[in-house]
Write a protein that binds this ligand. Structure first.
Ligand code: SF4
Length: 331
């Protein structure tokens, strides 16, 4: 593919918002006090992160709080049990904004978090591969043919989905965090396991990493000794939350060249694009991202869970898939 550079001087810069900074966003003032309160309170337990692109392009502020992308990225009071919410509210509102959490608040947050089930079905303890009986951090070998790899630099996302069960990775609960310091362990393990054909690089979102860091994970997989690795998959929500990653980011063209390199090695590269709603594929930049990804010879698959309040309307899926297929993606 002849990669046409898309970046120009006016390329937008990624602008995240979290609890401590969300009040600087112009849309914050548009939220009713009870919705602002829910964000302030719930985000002490469950992580909150959104970004200017999501707020400017994907959320219809005339439809808040029912807007699907608002529900997907802004904490809602129903995410906590009513008693927990009430206790937390008292402590949060009782302290000044910007103050460090009191010991009582920190203890309550921890108690609530530990009662939640962040890793259903024993993901933390099951399926962790071992070499010489030592567990390999940052990896899971769940299905015979597939190894999951969680690069440590990819354990965050451009925005957080309120339904996500990976939140312990985002709030620094270290003993619950998947990570992998190096890809060396991965390569070593794969050499010992010729039955593995697929590596799924996941997170968080691995495409939060810059291209150089991602290449350090992917390029070692392309050596002849690992010819049994036929499919490299990258799980990502950046196609929806920050499509500039493929179009105007400083290293967007390098990323596409890395994709081309994988394809040229004879492997299948599948970008597992997490899309939740048709609105995510309406912006021009999101459509350009799809075209640029498939233009490298990579496959772009569209996937997403069915979530109440967000995408239970079949018309949204129909529009999403029709647009995606027209652009070359595969539902
Ligand atoms: S983008 Fe994926 S990993 Fe990140 S919060 Fe959403 S569902 Fe979770």
């Amino acid at each position: 593919m002849n990669i046409v550079p898309m970046r120009d001087a006016a390329a937008p810069k990624f602008q995240p918002y979290i609890r401590q900074t969300i009040s600087r966003a112009r849309q914050w003032e548009w939220l009713a006090p009870d919705l602002q309160e829910a964000v302030r309170v719930v985000s002490h337990v469950l992580p909150f992160r959104t970004n200017a692109y999501v707020m400017d392009q994907l959320i219809d502020w005339n439809n808040v709080p029912n807007d699907p992308i608002f529900r997907m990225t802004f904490p809602h009071r129903d995410m906590l049990a009513p008693d927990d919410y009430a206790q937390l509210r008292e402590l949060v509102l009782g302290q000044g904004q910007g103050q460090a959490p009191s010991a009582a608040l920190a203890a309550l947050v921890q108690r609530i978090r530990l009662r939640m089930n962040p890793h259903p079905a024993g993901q933390m303890t099951h399926n962790v591969p071992r070499v010489n009986d030592a567990p390999l951090k940052g990896m899971q070998h769940k299905y015979k043919e597939t190894v999951l790899f969680f690069p440590s630099a990819g354990q965050t996302c451009h925005a957080y989905c309120t339904f996500c069960f990976r939140w312990p990775q985002f709030v620094g609960m270290d003993d619950m965090k998947f990570d992998a310091a190096e890809s060396q362990q991965l390569v070593h393990y794969l050499r010992l396991h010729p039955e593995v054909t697929d590596v799924l690089i996941t997170g968080g979102d691995p495409l939060i990493m810059n291209t150089r860091a991602l290449a350090a994970v992917i390029e070692p997989l392309l050596v002849p000794e690992l010819a049994h690795i036929q499919n490299i998959r990258i799980g990502t929500k950046s196609v929806a939350y920050w499509p500039q990653r493929f179009v105007t980011d400083r290293d967007a063209d390098d990323l596409l060249r890395l994709f081309e390199k994988v394809v040229a090695s004879g492997r299948n590269l599948a970008v597992m694009g997490h899309y939740s709603h048709a609105v995510e594929l309406r912006p021009e930049i999101a459509q350009q991202a799809v075209k640029r990804i498939v233009g490298t010879g990579a496959t772009l698959r569209m996937q997403g869970p069915l979530i109440r309040h967000i995408n239970e309307d079949p018309r949204s899926w129909a529009e999403l898939w029709q647009t995606g297929v027209r652009l070359g993606a595969i539902p």
